[in-house]
Design a binder for this molecule. Structure first.
Ligand SMILES: *Cc1c(COP(=O)(O)O)cnc(C)c1O
Length: 378
């Protein structure tokens, strides 16, 4: 079955009790037990809620994992997954990981003696070198943010397998439509569903998909005991958003490619980063493990002043953090996502003050190009 069909027909789209074509929002915290000797399927919504269950089963089917879990944010999803590890464990995390993941691993989990080493995940040699006896997990993101660097999932997974290391992939930038790390051998996929899955910039949420019963039980235990679950209303927004994931991304991705090609012709633009462009250094590798370049790109202007002017003058696109919505969003890493990183360190990561990130929405591409043309010009 094609992915687009699966978004609409995956076995979780019809309410089993009424036949409703939209899963009802079960706003219930607790459930009456008709038989004190045999409890029903649901007892308390932290442990299980029918709307959340429909969403969790849907994302598990779309990522081809064994179980799905919905959390109150992408960070709650990531932190809950990392909570399956114990004091004394060591995890490898790709260096240009999402800022929130950097913060939670480098400071929060450190308090509990879970040790983190940041590695260049595009360098297999470095990964092998950094594995220690207590290394339990490797956390990857590809394409990375904001420079869209590509990690070779198959190669990393092979190394991890040999060393009994759990592979966790943050698949937010690609969504289950464009990339399925579990099919390539990863154990856990996490999403900030706030982005492409929700797709409408209206809900903060996170999803996790796990392969295998042992790991699934561990994540289920954390979800139920730590309790950072997603409420039924927000679960419904994700179920609704998911139905149009393919049509949205097909358009957004086409638009991203058009914009990338236009940008590289502009005299005010020094460099374009987009894995859908064949000259992107990771393009071939990326297209061997994903179905397209996605809808996020970044570019450097010829100088810092041009970038600042662009951010001041751009009108149609929203100037904001976040991505994956129906509206085009531009962000300025130096002042937004990476503002807390000192300038020298930012530059060593390749994030210049002339770098701008774009997430394409559903506007007519020509209108976005006109807006950008005006914003780049003096
Ligand atoms: C936004 C984002 C997150 C965090 O998700 P929230 O829903 O904001 O908590 C994690 N990873 C990536 C790649 C993101 O873009």
């Amino acid at each position: 079955m094609d992915f687009g069909t699966k978004l609409i027909h995956n076995g979780n789209e019809i309410d089993k009790t009424t036949g409703a074509l939209s899963i009802p929002i079960y706003h219930a915290s607790t459930f009456h037990q008709f038989d004190i000797d045999n409890f029903g399927k649901y007892d308390y919504s932290r442990s299980g809620n029918p709307t959340r269950e429909a969403l969790e089963n849907t994302i598990a089917a779309l990522e081809e994992g064994d179980s799905g879990f919905a959390f109150s944010s992408g960070m709650a999803a990531i932190s809950s997954v990392l909570s399956i590890f114990s004091a004394g464990d060591h995890i490898l995390v790709c260096r240009d990981v999402y800022g929130g993941t950097y913060r939670v691993t480098s400071s929060f989990f450190k308090k509990f003696n879970v040790e983190t080493t940041f590695i260049d995940a595009t360098n297999i040699g470095e990964i092998k070198e950094r594995i220690k006896n207590n290394t339990k997990a490797i956390f990857l993101e590809s394409p990375s943010n904001p420079l869209l660097k590509i990690t070779d999932f198959r190669a990393v997974i092979e190394v991890a397998r040999k060393n009994n290391i759990v592979v966790i992939v943050d698949n937010t930038f690609m969504s289950p439509y464009l990339q399925n790390p579990i099919k390539l051998g990863a154990d856990v996929v996490v999403h900030s569903a706030t982005k492409f899955i929700g797709g409408h910039s209206d809900v903060i949420s996170g999803l996790v998909v796990v392969k295998g019963k042992e790991l699934s039980d561990k994540v289920k235990f954390v979800q139920n005991s730590f309790g950072a679950v997603l409420g039924p209303q927000d679960c419904w927004l994700l179920l609704r958003g998911l139905k149009t994931l393919k049509v949205r991304l097909d358009y957004q991705q086409k638009s991203a490619l058009k914009l990338a090609k236009w940008l590289r012709e502009q005299e005010e633009v020094a460099k374009v980063y987009y894995p859908g462009l064949l000259e992107h250094p990771g393009s071939e590798l990326h297209l061997s493990q994903a179905k397209g370049g996605g809808a996020v790109l970044s570019f450097e202007t010829k100088d810092d002043e041009t970038a600042k002017r662009f951010m001041r003058k751009v009108k149609l696109a929203a100037v904001a953090v976040s991505l994956g919505g129906v509206e085009t969003i531009v962000s300025y890493p130096a002042k937004m996502s990476h503002a807390a990183v000192p300038k020298e360190e930012r530059e060593s990561l390749g994030i210049k003050d002339s770098l701008i990130r774009v997430s394409l929405g559903l506007e007519e591409t020509e209108d976005i190009i006109k807006d950008f043309k005006n914003a780049l010009s003096i």
